[in-house]
Design a protein around this ligand. Structure first.
Ligand code: FRU
Length: 527
């Protein structure tokens, strides 16, 4: 079975963990969560369904929890949407708005919401041991759900066929539903088509390619116009991999290419290892190839990222699970465990003759709803010299997240360093460091507070970072138990969980080895 089952161990004793509860990241009130599921915008609300254990705070009893939000920052949790029973667990999947009532599930003018999820069959089922795709539908805008009587709608007699992402495809030959799912242990994305969501025909498969040293999970496929040019549309295929991601354990890779309604073909510039890094044999060659793959995030804690369907104006917004299967079941919080990443709006931009994703956190001021974020500016500075000195930033405050935006000219400095959640005696802190010589942005959580709950938690990760015009641009969101870094306008991301000590609330910025200039710096609180 999957690695996460092997990883499930008894819970660590709960500490006093209310201080770790994030202000602007979704957590379930009292229970466990993993992957975001069924992300859909409908009638002014963003719906976040999620892998949930309604009875505990470790993985198990998988059901779809449910939360809604108007601004993607503040969430209201609702009762479990689709519950497991004795014959199936409800694994990951997606939701579509069936505008044309192709499924026949609508009862009135209002379209049904249709969930396509994985039935992970249990002992009481005749399909025991297999995974197949099933439907549930809602005719009250997502608040209550009914399983379809004809489930499953798509089976392959496979134990690892899961995580369907369905979208409406319009191409030369007309319109249809496309499903992307995975054969997880074969490192394959499989593509199917349907007219009514109930009958599916196989189209093609993709993989293994690039990062393939773990199971492939939670795929997604969507088109984006490169730099907004409608004549240059490319397709982005998301493939989450666990383990075997660049920072270790779970992570999300992507490919840019073309999809013609049948087959996905990656651009040559997306291909680091045509038969997968494991085919390279030599561990050093595999590690080097992993650096060349395209990663949604270079940190330890961004997994199972998928996008919302039905968002107006062609916007593409993704959310990931802010965790890693390496230690997910042992995080030192109770009764809740785990959170989502911030919502990230993604675009494609041309870079070095190819196209790459850029991602920005959605921090309110939402153009769809007109709502403004409850953001309070705490500090602003510009044109400030720093040389072998440190600038104290506002402390982390209980109840709000901090957004630090900085534009820094490293000049002759050999190291620019943020020290976040630092203790007054300097013994504790999470370090974000840029060393112009190495052209890498490094996130070091080895001294970040509690880390002994799992041997793999204390870690250092890094992303390659080219600063062409000489200016280092960082947006850092710090929220009680996480640090999310969006560098160079969102071309490189680093997301890590941290569990700071009660008194570790200081934030510092320093430069060493030569003079640097802070061109702009703002720190805001968001709650
Ligand atoms: C990814 C995953 C999915 C599966 C779900 C089960 O984290 O393993 O492949 O559907 O979690 O909870």
């Amino acid at each position: 079975m999957s690695t996460f089952l092997d990883a499930a161990r008894p819970e660590t004793p709960p500490a006093e963990t209310a201080r770790f509860r994030p202000a602007i990241h979704f957590t379930a009130r009292n229970t466990w969560l993993n992957d975001p599921n069924g992300l859909v915008f409908h009638d002014g609300l963003y719906h976040l369904f999620f892998q949930n254990n309604p009875y505990g705070n470790v993985w198990g009893n998988m059901s779809w929890g449910h939360a809604t939000s108007r601004d993607l920052l503040h969430w209201t949790e609702h009762p479990v949407a689709i519950a497991c029973d004795e014959s199936e667990d409800i694994f990951s999947g997606s939701v579509v708005v069936d505008h044309g009532n192709t499924s026949g599930f609508s009862t009135a003018d209002a379209p049904a919401l249709v969930a396509i999820y994985t039935s992970a069959y249990k002992a009481a089922s005749e399909h025991h041991g297999t995974q197949a795709q099933s439907l549930a539908y809602s005719t009250d805008a997502g608040m209550t759900w009914h399983k379809y009587g004809g489930n499953p709608v798509l089976a392959r007699n496979s134990a690892h066929f899961r995580d369907p992402k369905v979208f409406r495809y319009e191409g030369g030959q007309g319109t249809c539903w496309i499903m992307v799912a995975v054969e997880a242990q074969h490192q394959k994305v499989v593509f199917y088509r349907s007219d009514d969501l109930k009958t599916w025909d196989f189209l093609s498969d993709f993989g293994p390619m690039n990062a393939d040293q773990g199971e492939w999970e939670c795929p997604d496929l969507f088109p984006l116009a490169v730099d907004g040019d409608p004549d240059n549309v490319k397709w982005v295929l998301i493939v989450n991999v666990n383990p075997g991601a660049v920072a270790g354990g779970s992570g999300g890779q992507y490919f840019v290419g073309q999809f013609d309604g049948t087959r996905f073909v990656p651009d040559a510039s997306s291909v680091a290892a045509p038969a997968g890094v494991s085919a390279l044999g030599d561990p050093a060659a595999a590690a080097a190839a992993l650096q060349q793959c395209l990663w949604l995030d270079w940190g330890r804690d961004c997994y199972a990222s998928v996008s919302f369907s039905n968002v107006p104006e062609g916007r593409r917004i993704m959310i990931g699970w802010m965790n890693n299967w390496d230690y997910a079941n042992q995080l030192p919080t109770a009764p809740w465990r785990s959170s989502m990443t911030l919502a990230r709006e993604v675009r494609l931009t041309a870079a070095d003759g190819s196209a790459r994703l850029v991602q920005q956190p959605v921090l309110g001021g939402n153009s769809l709803t007109g709502e403004q974020p409850a953001s309070k500016k705490l500090m602003h500075a510009d044109n400030l010299g720093l040389q072998d000195s440190a600038l104290r930033l506002p402390d982390a405050e209980r109840g709000s997240a901090q957004v630090i935006k900085a534009e820094i000219l490293p000049g002759n400095a050999r190291r620019i360093e943020f020290r976040l959640f630092a203790s007054a005696d300097g013994s504790e802190g999470t370090i974000l460091r840029f060393e112009p010589d190495g052209s890498r942005l490094v996130l070091d959580r080895r001294q970040s507070g509690e880390s002994r709950f799992h041997a793999k938690f204390a870690s250092v990760e890094s992303a390659p970072l080219a600063i062409e015009d000489g200016v280092l641009r960082l947006q850092i969101v710090v929220d009680h138990c996480s640090v999310e870094v969006f560098a160079q306008g969102g071309t490189a991301l680093l997301t890590d969980l941290v569990f700071p000590g009660t008194e570790a609330r200081e934030n510092w910025l320093s430069a060493a080895g030569g003079p640097a200039t802070i061109l702009q710096l703002t720190v805001s609180a968001l709650s």
